[in-house]
Ligand binder design. Structure first.
Ligand SMILES: NC(=O)c1ccc[n+]([C@@H]2O[C@H](COP(=O)([O-])OP(=O)(O)OC[C@H]3O[C@@H](n4cnc5c(N)ncnc54)[C@H](OP(=O)(O)O)[C@@H]3O)[C@@H](O)[C@H]2O)c1
Length: 310
């Protein structure tokens, strides 16, 4: 089968190529998925798990990409809830070969059924951004109806989904970003439903006022200054770095997204019903994945790699 591989940590992107790879082995609890569309994270060549397995052993050549939408090709021993030929989408393990491949092995619990009327290219944009947004807002951030949430990077991958989920939960939403940035932050965030937009390049963040939850996707100085915006009893959630500055009377949390089959199914149902729209950017063929990874080439929205035509 064909796959995109990376071979050498020092070479990074220069060592990324379209390669013939063996068809994957279905270990216990694994599903082999025929990948139709895949998502990747631009920074993943910097992740240790791209290069080594859980025991720290070199696992190159490795296949990047951790989001997928496709069709079940084979079931390993012990899998439950899925059948051969079924449409599925989900989140592949960080420390195993990923989704920029015609076939990949994923633990069954990391996959959810995909409704027939949700396109594979849309579903592949959902697992990381959708689960991260949900877990940040509700599992870690404890957001409830009537509260105020400030979402940094509101026009980006995670932020745009967080805005839509928070709105539907009945929260007041303040969005931030760059009005004149790659994603034309202000227009996009207002279209997604933020009540107020703060342009971090021209407005003063502190003018946003207090929020029950601040959800940060930017880090650095913005994260440090966000602690002071958290209301007493509120929460600062970061997905970039553990916060160094904590709210005076509140919680500070950093987390890494976790797979969740039930939540994935819920997010897919929202997409099917038109209540949630992941922002899909360019859709490119597998052979163009190396150039899609290159810094500075990203269009607004999540770049999706179309691996197999439906
Ligand atoms: N911990 C986890 O589990 C987890 C999960 C998912 C993502 N992440 C991380 O979270 C970060 C965001 O991911 P994403 O997919 O949402 O990225 P993204 O699509 O690039 O969105 C980031 C948004 O923030 C804006 N932004 C970035 N820096 C800014 C600044 N200094 N001032 C104003 N606006 C700024 C960007 O504006 P422009 O459009 O103008 O660039 C963009 O709209 C990444 O670092 C990613 O690796 C972590």
């Amino acid at each position: 089968m064909q796959a995109i591989t990376v071979r050498n940590r020092d070479a990074g992107l220069a060592g990324m190529s379209l390669t013939d790879m063996p068809y994957p082995h279905a270990a216990e609890n694994d599903v082999i998925v025929r990948v139709h569309a895949a998502g990747f994270t631009p920074g993943e060549l910097d992740w240790p798990a791209t290069w080594t397995d859980r025991a720290g052993r070199d696992r190159t050549p490795s296949v990047p990409g951790h989001e997928l939408s496709g069709v079940v090709a084979e079931l390993g021993y012990g899998t439950t809830g899925l059948s051969v030929g079924q449409r599925v989408f989900g989140l592949a393990d960080w420390a195993r070969n990923g989704t920029l491949a015609e076939y990949t092995a994923v633990e069954a619990r990391n996959l959810a059924p995909l409704p027939a009327d949700v396109d594979h290219t849309v579903a592949a944009a959902l697992p990381i951004s959708g689960l991260t947004a949900w877990q940040g807002l509700f599992d870690h951030g404890r957001l409830t109806t009537g509260q105020t949430v400030l979402i940094h990077g509101a026009a980006g991958g995670v932020g745009s989904i967080a805005v839509q989920l928070a709105r539907e939960a009945g929260a007041r939403v303040i969005g931030t970003g760059r009005a004149a940035g790659r994603a034309a932050g202000r227009d996009r965030a207002l279209a997604l439903g933020v009540d107020t937009f703060i342009d971090l390049q021209t407005d003063k963040l502190e003018d946003a006022g207090e929020a029950d939850l601040v959800f940060d996707v930017i880090g650095g100085d913005i994260l440090d200054r966000s602690a002071a915006l958290v209301r007493p009893g509120g929460t600062l959630v970061s997905i970039v770095l553990p916060p160094k500055v904590r709210p005076k009377d509140g919680r500070a949390i950093f987390f890494v997204v976790e797979p969740d089959r039930a939540r994935l199914a819920d997010l897919a149902a929202r997409v099917r019903d038109g209540r949630l729209k992941p922002v899909v950017g360019a859709v490119r063929p597998l052979a163009e994945a190396p150039s899609a990874f290159a810094p500075g080439t990203r269009a607004p929205g999540k770049t999706i790699i179309r691996v197999t035509e439906d």
